[in-house]
Write a protein that binds this ligand. Structure first.
Ligand code: NAG
Length: 520
């Protein structure tokens, strides 16, 4: 009996394995923003799905070559076109004001969508026969909402939304996540969860403005764009995004403030940190030779040190030269422009950042404060000097400072003296290392790797053709029902009727009393 059972199970297992490798699912991956770092994050997901035998069709803003199982529709020169179209007042120095920052982001998203809608890739995808069966759509929810029209266009396959941009504010509306502006700082502010009265007022204003501007201006535009592309009968994109079965967000509570999330919003923060990266011998030797260890300076994949101006480059250079005991690896787009290098500086156009940070001899990361870089530093336990410039970088930097794992120095304020002070302070103060090691311990200490978790949920949605039981029922209700306004309305109505009755009753009695009193 036991043997029969065993044989049966084995046959089933073999069959299921065979079945999985034979039947390939078609997955449409709609990336929506031109950012190398976001591409790296998304790539971990689509590469693993490809390895698991799925057939992927991917909109990509980075050059990638199609192979059987991975078809890329590449958008070319996107960023160039967007930057050329953005208005003059879209300028970095503007972005420290939270309200302007929020508006600038949506204006940027809007311009991006306008250009993408005209792009050849979107039209190549539109040329797919409507009957082509996609078993799943993955959408990068950060921007490009009009692309959600493809969900409707391809007959509503299940939808998974993903974002490398932490938990974007609109996940609140997409998933019906609770919003308490009294302890959940908006990303454009630099507040922590403990806010004073004025901060709470301002934070509420930021959230309110964000939600209002997105719904009334940004989404309205996206909707028009989507209807123009896919036809008037297409469901509104605001409606489609709420259909997401699962929303994977690049966040981890070891690094973030508390917030409550619905069951279909699944944090997979740091899924990119353990990617395979080739470390060239020159870097290995440089790290081994540095006397007291190395310091990595990288402004991420989008900003290049060359863009920062000569003065700043010279300041950084002087600081590095004055600390010969440390080796400095400097990610720099055009190292030829710099002077002759002292032996302790290694300028490189590209750095395997996560691999360098994982080296025991790496002592510090000097970063622009991009989330993905900070996650890598946190995972590997390396303190950070953040030089924030825009978007969420100020709040990311502030979180480092509050957690005691780094220092923040706005990029527009830095000079030779304060940069050196920050670096030296961290190198000499053990508490930064202790706290960062602790954070690393909590970040890494998970039941499974965040990438495995992401893939598990995507494949679970795929296998079950949706996972609607994780979604909040409020997503299918109207505002009156959700907040019980209809009930309150009925109660008020009953109370009012009662009041009328009572008044009529007393209204009749009163004259009699009056007469009585007159008689008396
Ligand atoms: C994979 O998807 C592409 C569409 O991008 C399609 O042309 C191809 O036939 C698919 N391959 C399989 C094996 O289904």
């Amino acid at each position: 009996m036991a043997f029969k059972m065993f044989a049966f199970c084995t046959v089933q297992l073999v069959l299921s394995v065979l079945f999985r490798t034979v039947a390939t699912d078609n997955i449409l991956f709609l990336q929506s923003l031109d950012s190398k770092s976001h591409h790296i994050w998304n790539k971990q997901i689509f590469d693993r799905l490809y390895e698991n035998g799925h057939n992927l069709t991917i909109i990509s803003f980075q050059e990638e070559t199609s192979i059987p199982g991975k078809t890329f529709l590449v958008v070319k020169d996107f960023m160039k076109k967007v930057m050329a179209e953005l208005s003059q007042d879209w300028d970095f120095s503007n972005l420290r004001s939270p309200l302007k920052n929020i508006k600038a982001m949506y204006d940027y998203y809007n311009t991006g969508s306008r250009i993408l809608a005209k792009d050849d890739t979107v039209h190549r995808l539109l040329a797919y026969p409507k009957t082509f069966k996609f078993d799943l759509v993955i959408h990068d929810l950060t921007m490009g909402q009009f692309l959600l029209g493809f969900v409707d266009y391809f007959d509503n396959p299940p939808l998974v939304s993903v974002s490398a941009f932490n938990i974007p504010p609109h996940v609140i509306t997409m998933a019906d996540a609770p919003l308490r502006t009294t302890h959940m700082p908006h990303y454009a502010s630099t507040y922590g969860p403990q806010m004073d009265f004025i901060e709470r007022v301002k934070n509420t204003l930021y959230w309110g403005f964000d939600i209002f501007y997105r719904n009334c201006v940004y989404l309205a535009n996206e909707d028009r764009r989507s209807k123009r592309l896919f036809g008037e009968q297409t469901a509104s994109v605001g409606h489609i995004e709420k259909r997401s079965d699962v929303i994977l967000v690049n966040s981890d509570f070891s690094m973030e403030h508390f917030r409550a999330l619905p069951p279909n919003v699944i944090p997979v923060g740091g899924l990119h940190v353990s990617r395979r990266e080739e470390v060239p011998p020159i870097i290995k030797q440089f790290i081994a030779r540095a006397i007291k260890g190395v310091i990595l300076l990288s402004f991420g994949t989008n900003i290049d040190s060359g863009m920062l101006g000569e003065q700043l480059n010279r300041d950084i250079f002087n600081v590095f030269r004055s600390m010969p005991d440390y080796g400095f690896i400097w990610k720099h787009g055009n190292p030829e422009k710099l002077d002759v290098f002292p032996a302790n500086v290694l300028p490189l156009k590209w750095v395997p950042q996560s691999a360098i940070l994982s080296n025991q001899r790496t002592k510090l990361l000097i970063s622009h404060g991009g989330l993905l870089s900070l996650q890598e530093a946190s995972w590997h336990g390396v303190p950070v000097v953040a030089l924030p410039l825009f978007v969420d970088q100020f709040s990311n930097a502030e979180k480092l400072v509050k957690a005691g794992v780094g220092l923040s120095l706005p990029l527009t304020e830095i000079n030779e003296t304060n940069l050196r002070e920050c670096i030296v302070r961290i190198l000499q103060e053990p508490s930064y290392y202790e706290k960062m090691k602790k954070r690393s311990y909590h970040f890494k200490g998970q039941p499974e790797h965040p990438l495995d978790r992401a893939i598990f949920w995507i494949e679970k949605v795929l296998e079950n053709k949706g996972l609607s039981y994780l979604r909040s029922p409020a997503l299918d209700m109207n505002v009156f029902q959700i907040y019980g306004l209809d009930m309150i309305g009925v109660v008020l109505l009953v109370a009012f009727c009662y009041y009328l009755l009572v008044r009529r009753h007393f209204g009749k009695k009163k004259p009699i009393q009056d007469k009585k009193s007159k008689k008396e």
